[in-house]
Each structure stands twice: as structure tokens, then as C-alpha cells.
Design a protein around this ligand. Structure first.
Ligand code: HEM
Length: 424
């Protein structure tokens, strides 16, 4: 029998407040102190094992050991995720639902998405020309709301853009926020679910005719394994699983603008002769800046990993931020260095799948890895080219620092840009 050891255990009957106080650094701080890839703590009254590092990613995405049903805490379900959506499904039910999302993400559809992002960036720029300055994070939210609604086949009258943007943003800004912002997220989800249910109902009743390749059409007519359509509420949750995270790319847009400002030397390389550099740059933004801190799953059975005994039905949290900054994977992880990705296009898939966990790890079709990863990367590529080659702007003095405690975090100023003009 394999020799086992005890998990290092954090004292305290409830350590949720420490997570709120330390944000992105809660897990990496403790993995460092305990010199261990795993430690035990108590979060929301529940025994929880927190794991991190490349081997931990491989473990976490092993479906034979983990399930997602019951893993998400109530505050996340009430804001970010909703109830009945793909994130809480397992096995065949999950695969069938995942196909719904993967079918939206053909190469052609991703390129259409990229073109729409560019179109709405250009449309917004026409307004920016009239202004002294803009807050780029806020502008990006509206651009992405317009782009994703058009891409998904969801009607969005001009007069509703601000309202819908606010609702979608409230859902991803609020799961770990303090009281007022958190309540706004709960209200935002209710309003957005009601909006999306109504649209899906119109499609099913023949009053709205989205194209077959759109997310709205696919969600409205998706069939579960029992042959039934999704109930309206679940369908709304899944449509929002396309709209909300697409708008959340605004956070990466703000970090893209920040990185061009913080590391101006990359601009020359971006316009140089390495066609792969743009992609490397985007990968490094997703690794370097904090976004999604961690995710949870429940053990399906007893097993031993790295000598630790995991018991069935235990909540396990995988530390994304710490893994993306683990010095065993990344040389000098605190340096911004796109070159670290220079051989990734020739690397085996499993290396790519288990190291960079900005949007989850493992396999797209069979696991819970984010199906919108390539939409995210393409939107960031389009934005980078836009900021470097399509417009000129200046970055005034402002607080570009970002909190490591607020989740999700963005540059404090929201990235103010001034003197925006089109390039000749
Ligand atoms: C802002 C950029 C994004 C980030 C940081 C992000 C992050 C994530 C993460 C961390 C997960 C969970 C992975 C796991 O469970 O292990 C996830 C899942 C998911 N994402 Fe994204 N995502 C982004 C953009 C998108 C986009 C653009 C879409 C759709 C168009 C999308 C749709 C989804 C869906 C449906 C899931 C659930 C997948 C499943 O449970 O099988 N995401 N995302």
C-alpha cells in the first residue's frame, strides 16, 4: 500500500474571510508557506482541499476522480453562473451540453466574431474622436455587448445597449464583491435571465428567426439526451453563458491596453517579422495578469495523490492564478515575457492543456475547459492590432495599478485614453 501523509491544515473554523481579504494570493501564499501542492482549509463551512501546480491541473481535470455537481457555491450561482447550466453537469449530460457550445465555435464563426469585434471597435472610435478622453474598460464592455449580441443573433436595439451591458457586467463583477455590488449582480442575473427567456420564447413561437449558425438558434433548439428542449430558464442560463463571458473579455481588453503601456518594447516586435508573436503576446497577457482565480470540483471517490488521501465527496479547489505563476512551470514568472511561448505552437497538446490555466485546463469536448477560449484570444488579437496599427492615442497620468484582492481585478483607472485619432 502507498504510504500516505496528512494535508497541511490551515487553522480556523471558517477561512472564507481570508479568501476575500487575500484574493488572488490566498492559495499561492499557503502553497508557498506549507511547501505543498495541497492544503486543507474550511471555506463556507465546508472542508476544502486547495491544490495548485501542473500535476494538480492534471488531477483536477481527471473526470474519473471529480464531478462538478454541487461544487459551485450559492453566491456564484446567484450571480455569475445561474442554475442548471453546463458548469454543474457531469458525464454524458455534460458532453451533450458541451457539444452545443463547441458547435458554435467553428473556425468560420470565430472569424465572424473577430470581424464583428473590429466593426464595433471602429464604430466606437468614431465617437471617441469627439471626446477628450475615454475610460477604455467601460467602452470595451459596450463594444463587446454589441459584438456578441450581433454574433449570437440576439436583437439589441441601440437604446438598450447601456442597460444590457450593465446587467451582463454586474454578473461577472459581483460573485466575490462586497454587499452592494454583489446585490447588483443578483439583480442583474434576474433581469438578464428574464430578457433571454423572452427572446428564446419568441424564437420557439416563430416570432424571431435567428440564423441557424447563431448561438440563439442553437440554444433555443438544443435537445437534451431525453429528446426534450431545454426548459426556458435553463436555456436563458446557457444563452447568458455566451453573452456574459464575451463581455468579460473587456477585462482582458483593459489589460491588453495596460500591457502595451507598461511594456512598449513589444510594439516593435508585434509589427516585426515573427507572425507568431501576436499570439505569444496574448498568451502572456492571459498568464501574467490575474483574472479567474480558481475553480472547484467534488471528489467522486477516495484516492491518493502525491501521498495525500482524498476522501469521496470533498470540495477541491484548483488555484489558477498560482499555477500561472508557478516557478516550476514558468521561468521568472513575475516577468512579462511573451517569448516564453515561442515553442508552444509545436508543443504537444497535453503540455498546452495542463500549464496555462487562464480559462481552465484539460480537453474542450470532454472536460470543462472554456469553449470560448479562441473567441477570447481572437478578440484580443484584433484589439492589439487595432491599438497599434489603426488608431493613435496617449495615456495620461492615472492609477494603472490593479488590486490583487478584488476579484475580478482591472486597472484602477479603467485605462483612460486621450487624444484618440485614426491612423492615416
Ligand atoms: C473573458 C474571457 C474568459 C475567461 C477568463 C473564461 C474563463 C473560464 C473558466 C475559468 C472556465 C471554467 C473552466 C473549468 O471549469 O475548469 C470557463 C468555462 C466556460 N466558459 Fe469561459 N472564459 C472566458 C470567455 C468565454 C467566452 C467568450 C465564452 C463563450 C462565448 C465562454 C463560455 C464558457 C462556458 C460555456 C464555460 C463552461 C464550460 C464547461 O463547463 O464545460 N467563456 N471559462
Amino acid at each position: 500500500m502507498e504510504a500516505t501523509r496528512k494535508f497541511p491544515r490551515e487553522d480556523g473554523l471558517e477561512n472564507g474571510l481570508k479568501v476575500l481579504r487575500e484574493g488572488y494570493m490566498y492559495a499561492p501564499n499557503r502553497h508557498h508557506i506549507y511547501k505543498s501542492d495541497a492544503f486543507e482549509t474550511k471555506l463556507l463551512g465546508q472542508k476544502t482541499i486547495v491544490i495548485g501546480g501542473e500535476e494538480a491541473v492534471k488531477l483536477f481535470y481527471d473526470e474519473s476522480k471529480f464531478k462538478r455537481e454541487g461544487a459551485a457555491p450559492e453566491p456564484a450561482k446567484a450571480t455569475l453562473l445561474g442554475k442548471g447550466g453546463i458548469q454543474g453537469l457531469d458525464g454524458e449530460d455534460h458532453r451533450n451540453r458541451k457539444k452545443l457550445f463547441m458547435d458554435m465555435m467553428s473556425k468560420e464563426r470565430i472569424e465572424i466574431w473577430a470581424k464583428l469585434v473590429e466593426k464595433h471597435l471602429l464604430k466606437a472610435t468614431m465617437n471617441w474622436l469627439e471626446k477628450d478622453s475615454i475610460v477604455f474598460y467601460e467602452e470595451s464592455q459596450k463594444i463587446l455587448t454589441e459584438a456578441v449580441c450581433e454574433w449570437a443573433g440576439v436583437p439589441l436595439p441601440e437604446k438598450d445597449v447601456d442597460k444590457r451591458t450593465k446587467q451582463l457586467v454586474s454578473m461577472f463583477e459581483s460573485p466575490m464583491a462586497a454587499s452592494t455590488r454583489h446585490i447588483e449582480g443578483r439583480i442583474g442575473r434576474k433581469q438578464a435571465e428574464s430578457w433571454c427567456s423572452d427572446i428564446i420564447k419568441q424564437v420557439r413561437e416563430g416570432d424571431l428567426h435567428p440564423k441557424e449558425e447563431t448561438a440563439l438558434y442553437k440554444v433555443a433548439w438544443h435537445r437534451e439526451l431525453d429528446g426534450n428542449l431545454l426548459d426556458l430558464k435553463t436555456a436563458a442560463v446557457e444563452l447568458l453563458n455566451v453573452l456574459r463571458p464575451s463581455v468579460a473579455i473587456a477585462i482582458y481588453f483593459a489589460f491588453t491596453a495596460l500591457s502595451l503601456h507598461q511594456f512598449p518594447e513589444v510594439k516593435e516586435k508585434l509589427n516585426g517579422d515573427n507572425p507568431y508573436y501576436l499570439h505569444m503576446f496574448i498568451q502572456e497577457i492571459r498568464r501574467y495578469y490575474p483574472f479567474f482565480p480558481f475553480n472547484g470540483a467534488i471528489t467522486r471517490k477516495d484516492f491518493v495523490w502525491e501521498g495525500y488521501e482524498f476522501e469521496e465527496d470533498t470540495l477541491v479547489i484548483l488555484d489558477f492564478y498560482g499555477t500561472n505563476h508557478d516557478p516550476r512551470i514558468w521561468e521568472k514568472p513575475e516577468e512579462f515575457n511573451p517569448e516564453r511561448f515561442s515553442d508552444w505552437h509545436t508543443s504537444p497538446t497535453d503540455q498546452v492543456q495542463m500549464k496555462l490555466v487562464a480559462q481552465g485546463g484539460g480537453d474542450y469536448d470532454t472536460g470543462h475547459r472554456c469553449p470560448g477560449e479562441w473567441n477570447t484570444v481572437r478578440a484580443m488579437e484584433i484589439l492589439t492590432d487595432f491599438l497599434i496599427n489603426k488608431i493613435t492615442y496617449t495615456v495620461p497620468d492615472q492609477d494603472i495599478g490593479y488590486s490583487m484582492v478584488d476579484v475580478p481585478t482591472v486597472p484602477k483607472s479603467g485605462m483612460i485614453l486621450e487624444n484618440i485619432d485614426l491612423k492615416d
